[in-house]
Design a protein around this ligand. Structure first.
Ligand SMILES: [Zn+2]
Ligand SMILES: [Zn+2]
Length: 452
């Protein structure tokens, strides 16, 4: 494959051979995905999923290690030619949701479902490993396959743990780039890849507040220190804080999703509390939230003679796509599938994704892939995380092909140019072109990121 040939025009697909090779894996990848789907596992401990991945990778000649604190799989493919390292990542965990799809391969486990499509990601990455292992002779460097548990943060988040256990050193050197895909059950037409340069998903933190007062009789509040009205004031003050203290061009979201206190109408409780999810896109806004919420909440409680205990817990950081890596990715979509298959999302999403920890350390790109089945309307189909969410297996070969081709092209770009991705510069032209305008309305409201 010539690396510096002209960018495609119209619907030309210069890399169709790789796509065809991926298509040939469709049955195998579908079977793997459905096995994983039927037996979903939550959090850090995914022993059956891990076994399936290890079995699927067996015989490919990879260097494989498994995690200690979590059931991760890290596999390294050494190319025949010298060169740097690229990392490809898939998450593997399910959600605590009871499936309600009626699919023949639906979850057999009550209270667990692959409602975010991570079963597809796992199968796609296995497919990429197969495609790249077959092309070892033309691979100029190493590829690290990162199979990650607990993206959903059930046990606290898996990417950070894999970084702590050395996934970025798996090949012996820091990867020059990292890529990942995420399927969408709705919002995007099937087969459309979508992303954006720069910030793609929000930082997601948790605010936990307890108001400490003094319990008493409901008829005599002056003899007690009632935390309930103070807590209500704190909740509304946070909404004012969000609208008055933050730049509209650097927005934040704060949602109080849980509130608790008291047992009975005539009993003043000794304490009451709430929890909020807090989303932001910039370090400046995040720091202002971290400090500002504490000052505001403790100050209001103190003004009423009560004490507010405030815990602000950092979750996933905002995820940033590197412009050059995303240009390579969108150009690779165009070369494999045609330029109409890539959509440049105008805005980031307030969703969160722990691939952000990887992209904090390594340049890279993260793309969404529409996977709504053809018998549904992607504009109205159930969201990821819904008990009714359905993802089409037909996108599996395309996801595998894109990941594999990204690794091949990124490594070849370095070995020929000695620097970043040099042949992706035409990709900007693929962000509009033949993409139907019907995509834009729904994709604009959050084409990137779904987790958290
Ligand atoms: Zn999710
Ligand atoms: Zn997800």
């Amino acid at each position: 494959m010539p690396l510096n040939d002209a960018a495609p025009t119209g619907t030309a697909r210069p890399d169709a051979a790789l796509r065809d090779a991926a298509e040939a894996l469709a049955d195998e990848l579908t079977a793997l995905r459905r096995e994983i789907h039927a037996e979903p596992e939550l959090g850090r401990a995914l022993p059956r999923t891990q076994q399936r991945v290890l079995a699927a990778l067996d015989g490919l000649g990879l260097e494989i290690t498994t995690g200690h604190a979590l059931t991760s799989v890290t596999a390294v493919l050494r190319g025949a030619l010298p060169g740097p390292t690229v990392l490809l990542r898939a998450d593997m965990d399910a959600l605590p949701v009871t499936e309600d799809t009626g699919l023949p391969y639906a979850s057999r486990i009550a209270g667990a479902m692959h409602a975010c499509g991570h079963d597809l990601h796992t199968a796609m990455l296995v497919g990429a490993a197969r495609l790249l292992a077959e092309r070892r002779a033309e691979l100029a460097g190493s590829v690290v396959f990162m199979f990650q548990p607990d993206e959903e943060g059930t046990d606290g988040g898996g990417a950070e743990l894999m970084l702590a256990e050395g996934v970025l050193d798996a090949s012996g050197e820091l990867p020059v780039a990292a890529y990942a895909l995420h399927v969408a059950a709705n919002r995007l037409p099937r087969g459309l890849f979508a992303s954006r340069p720069g910030i793609a998903t929000a930082a997601s933190d948790t605010l936990t507040v307890t108001v400490h007062g003094l319990g008493g009789h409901g008829s005599a509040p002056h003899k007690a220190a009632d935390p309930i009205p103070v807590l209500c004031e704190l909740v509304t003050a946070l909404q004012t804080f969000v609208t008055r203290r933050f730049d509209v061009h650097d927005p934040v979201v704060l949602t109080v999703g849980s509130i608790h206190g008291g047992t009975k109408a005539n009993v003043i409780p000794g304490q009451a509390g709430f929890e909020a999810t807090v989303r932001s896109y910039s370090p400046t806004a995040r720091e202002a939230l971290r400090e500002g919420t504490r000052t505001l909440l403790t100050g209001i409680a103190a003004a009423h003679g009560l004490r507010a205990e405030v815990h602000y817990r950092d979750g996933y950081p905002a995820m940033r796509n590197t412009a050059e890596e995303l240009a390579l990715a969108s150009d690779t979509v165009a070369r494999l599938f045609g330029p109409q298959r890539y959509f440049n999302a105008p805005a980031p999403t307030p969703g969160a994704e722990d691939m952000a920890f990887v992209l904090d350390r390594v340049p890279g790109a993260y793309l969404m892939l529409g996977a709504c089945p053809p018998d549904r309307d992607y504009a109205t189909a159930a969201y990821n995380h819904s008990p009714q969410a359905v993802f089409d297996d037909a996108v599996l070969p395309d996801g595998a092909a894109l990941l594999a081709q990204l690794a091949l092209r990124r490594l070849a770009a370095v070995s020929t140019a000695g620097s970043g991705p040099t042949d992706g510069g035409q990709a900007g032209s693929t962000s509009s072109g033949t993409t139907s305008t019907a995509h834009a309305g729904t994709a604009a409201s959050g084409a990137t990121g779904t987790a958290g």
